[in-house]
Design a protein around this ligand. Structure first.
Ligand code: ATP
Length: 585
């Protein structure tokens, strides 16, 4: 498919506000790629080297270049993109001009579309494909893939060259959507549900089967291709794959009384105060780096390199291919759990891991088994999955080992006795855990769902995870630090303010927060700055009040900084809906 066709459809979607119409546009787009793909040969057929056009289009339309499970990023800053646009726009345009137009319009797509591109000869060597031929979605994908894997010294310059090569072949409309794609700002109103419904409509398959396949693969492209080529049967056969992360099942807040009323008995587990991990281990296959183990975060980011203890645990304990769900917890010298903030010092670390490991040790605890030895267990009841988990973790141990002594196993108690649950809760808190989880023993594993089958019971008042959208520089001694932070919650695609937090933060933390937020400052007026959504704060509060001061219509009373949720992205922050619920509760 030509990129111009994609851009044209994206434009039509962009101009549409009705959800059903948007689904219909995406459906037509997917059908078109299908047909063109079959007819157009090289642009449509899968090659060993890459995905089919339909896979690329199903991702591009959501503003993604790579599948959702793949944490590869383009690693290209806005300035590199401005530079490439400027170069392709002609000799009399500079990156500063591009930025100036951006300040006026506020949107990179509109800026890119405001130039005439093409024909910048000098750097033809960097131009993808044949200049005279129309740009295809495949060429765009392949160039962006090359760009993503370009690293080392001089890589930013090389990335600019690659982008220039693309923009240099774009029409204004193509440039609009290319710029948005590159800067991850597609924003044409196509969410995950839209693509799901469009795939179902385009290839006449049930939406719930598409949904299931998406949960298992986390790849809209692959699911679109399977739906087109193999229909319902193909979707039903989609399996988990060791090495490809699945979305984590999530929990709701809940009470013991409700759990015992709804279920005959409850599965009670300790709630570990760490960061969620998903372990993929296959002793028989090692990837390019020779590793048999991959560890993913709750956002499906590959965090293997940061957590060598987890890899060592897997390699020393596991004997068959598995996918395990669990938590990584920081521990002190005696092996007792440390608070959540400590684990974050290790979680995403890319450098000096060995040194960080000396400062804070971590250990994994697993509470679920999603796949074992070729068998997917998502549809099995929790009680069976937990038994399987135990057998996986004890494969190399003495027979009849006491579950208490199984390293890496989260214990599970089945009970209908509220007093027993209270006692487990008290023990868990005394041992330094966060409290308990209550789960329905008969429930299946629903990836990505915050269902009622998992309930968390926490002893402390609720906290909110808010996106930082602004800040103010401090005064006097604190003038070089950001000191007050504007907090927002999600409302659909928008962010709405709920208050400002300035308390609960030490000087040392202020320095760290300033370093963290400064690169995200977009505009400044006096001492007040606007910050692009990138950082999530966990904040406590005494009360939620209605208030005209903030755009959400609510204000947090006495907000208190609890910590940075570096394991969460703005898309995982709390919603206005939750705020409203908490206000009404
Ligand atoms: P969210 O509510 O968005 O999941 P959160 O990260 O604040 O956010 P909680 O809701 O408080 O987490 O609790 C759910 C999390 O608790 C899980 O995602 C997991 O990381 C952690 N956890 C600890 N112990 C368990 C357990 N035994 N079973 C399931 N989850 C557990």
């Amino acid at each position: 498919m030509e990129f111009a066709t994609f851009a044209d459809r994206a434009g039509a979607i962009d101009a549409e506000s009705a959800d059903l119409e948007i689904v219909d546009h995406v459906r037509a787009l997917l059908e078109d790629v299908g047909e063109n793909g079959a007819a157009a040969g090289s642009d449509g057929e899968a090659t060993d080297a890459g995905p089919e056009a339909i896979e690329i289009v199903a991702r591009f339309v959501q503003g993604r270049v790579f599948p959702a499970w793949d944490s590869t990023t383009l690693d290209v800053g806005p300035s590199a993109c401005y530079e490439a646009i400027a170069r392709a726009a002609g000799t009399n345009v500079s990156a500063a001009d591009v930025e100036e137009r951006l300040a006026e319009t506020g949107e990179i797509g509109a800026v890119a579309a405001s130039y005439d591109f093409g024909g910048q000869q000098g750097l033809a060597a960097f131009t993808a494909g044949d200049d005279a031929e129309a740009l295809t979605v495949r060429e765009v994908y392949e160039t962006l893939e090359t760009l993503a894997y370009t690293d080392g010294s001089g890589s930013q310059g090389r990335k600019v060259d690659l982008l220039f090569g693309l923009f240099n072949r774009c029409s204004s409309e193509e440039a609009r959507y290319l710029a948005r794609l590159v800067l991850a700002e597609m924003r044409i109103g196509v969410g995950e549900g839209t693509v799901r419904d469009a795939i179902a409509a385009a290839f006449d398959v049930p939406a719930d089967q598409v949904e299931r396949a998406l949960q298992v693969t986390n790849d809209y492209g692959q699911v679109a291709r399977i739906a087109r080529d193999d229909g319902l049967e193909g979707l039903e056969e989609v399996d988990l794959a060791v090495g490809r992360p699945v979305q984590a099942m999530l929990a709701q807040a809940g009470t013991v009384t409700d759990a015992l009323e709804e279920w005959d008995d409850a599965a009670v587990e300790r709630k570990y105060d760490g960061a969620r991990i998903q372990l993929h281990h296959d002793p028989a296959s090692s990837d390019d780096s020779g590793s048999e183990t991959r560890v993913f975060s709750r956002n499906m980011e590959d965090v293997t390199a940061a957590l060598p203890e987890v890899v060592e645990f897997a390699e020393g304990t596991l004997e068959s291919p598995v996918i395990l769900d669990g938590e990584v917890v920081a521990i002190d010298d005696g092996g007792d759990p440390l608070p959540f903030q400590e684990v974050l010092r290790r979680f995403r670390r890319k450098h000096d891991v060995a040194k960080a490991r000396e400062d804070v040790a971590v250990r994994p605890v697993f509470f679920d088994c999603l796949h074992h030895d070729g068998e997917d267990l998502l549809e099995c009841p929790l009680r069976d999955r937990h038994e399987r988990l135990e057998s996986v973790l004890t494969a190399g141990s003495e027979p009849d080992v006491d579950p208490e002594d199984v390293e890496g196993l989260s214990l599970l108690w089945l009970t209908d006795d509220a007093d027993e649950i209270e006692a487990i809760d008290a023990d868990a808190l005394a041992a330094g855990h966060e409290g308990i989880m209550l789960k329905n023993p008969e429930s299946t594993y629903s990836p990505g769902r915050r269902g009622k089958h998992w309930r968390k019971r926490k002893p402390d008042v609720e906290t909110l995870d808010c996106v930082v959208t602004g800040a103010e520089w401090g005064e006097g001694r604190r003038a070089t630090f950001l000191g007050t932070f504007e907090l927002s919650v999600r409302d659909g695609d928008a962010l709405e303010t709920v208050g400002k937090v300035a308390t609960g933060i030490t000087d040392e933390q202020l320095a760290e927060l300033t370093e963290l937020l400064e690169p995200h400052i977009v505009t400044a007026e006096g001492t007040t700055v606007d910050v692009e959504p990138a950082v999530v704060f966990e904040v406590g509060y005494e009360e939620i009040q209605r208030s005209p001061t903030y755009s959400s219509g609510y204000a947090l009373r006495f907000p208190r900084f609890v910590g940075v949720r570096s394991d969460k992205s703005p898309a995982d922050a709390d919603t206005l809906e939750r705020l409203e619920r908490l206000h009404g509760a």
